[in-house]
Design a binder for this molecule. Structure first.
Ligand SMILES: Cc1cc2nc3c(=O)[nH]c(=O)nc-3n(C[C@H](O)[C@H](O)[C@H](O)COP(=O)(O)O)c2cc1C
Length: 207
């Protein structure tokens, strides 16, 4: 023990900044159910102090399916609404319904208009749909994000027959299981996001 140490001096402990998570609402369909699921998920973020959520809603952005290396001004303006949010995110939660055993075109357009923004970041999934609960859409998205150098976390949250699972106020009728599943998923997302943020600070990905 150092006899000259000032034991009354306050300890200087720095906590890491909360991880920034972009919550992507994949459905832009008229009359969509997606916002109900998004609101439920945002409630799970409010229970945590290690993650902050920012919504990226495909319904707020009109991205064409025709890609371009030199998009016209109207497309550049649409990209300006979303690209900075994706770039700033440490991690993503993708909310996807299932359309014809896959995920919506609106979500694919958002993914394909970007590249660097996904790299070396973790992606978690919340899915919903009819009997499948969107699980087939999620398995396809894992292949898409692997191509983009993103890592997908194992555990997901899945709502089968989603419309019947929530009441008219958007509250889940039996929230214990999905709330617990969300905690497991977000814990995994936070681990990967923290690990990758630290690793990239030491050595940029791909260098
Ligand atoms: C075009 C279309 C295709 C669908 N295909 C499937 C399907 O293959 N499997 C399934 O479980 N549900 C399917 N559904 C049901 C949707 O997953 C469900 O209605 C979901 O709430 C849609 O999400 P949204 O309301 O946010 O757009 C389909 C719905 C639509 C509109």
């Amino acid at each position: 023990m150092n006899p000259t140490a000032d034991v009354s001096a306050p300890l200087s402990v720095s906590f890491p900044a909360p991880l920034k998570v972009a919550v992507i609402v994949g459905s832009n369909r008229e009359g969509r159910f997606g916002p109900v699921v998004a609101d439920w998920l945002l409630g799970r973020f409010r229970e945590r102090d290690d993650l902050t959520a920012e919504v990226v809603d495909t319904a707020d952005t009109r991205l064409p399916t025709a890609l371009s290396y030199s998009p016209p001004p109207e497309v550049t303006a649409e990209l300006a609404k979303v690209t900075p949010k994706l770039a700033a995110a440490d991690a993503f939660v993708v909310l996807t319904p299932e359309y014809n055993h896959s995920f919506p075109a609106s979500l694919k357009a958002l993914i394909d208009w970007h590249y660097e923004e996904w790299r070396a970041k973790p992606v978690a999934f919340v899915s919903y749909g009819g009997v499948s609960g969107g699980l087939r859409a999620v398995e396809q998205l894992r292949q898409v994000f692997a191509e983009l150098h993103a890592v997908t976390v194992r555990d997901t949250v899945s709502f089968h027959n989603a419309g019947a699972s929530f009441d008219d106020e958007g509250r889940h009728r039996d929230p214990a299981a999905p709330d617990a599943a969300a905690k497991v998923m977000l814990d995994q997302l936070a681990w990967w996001a923290s690990a990758l943020r630290d690793a990239k600070a030491v050595r940029p990905y791909g260098s």
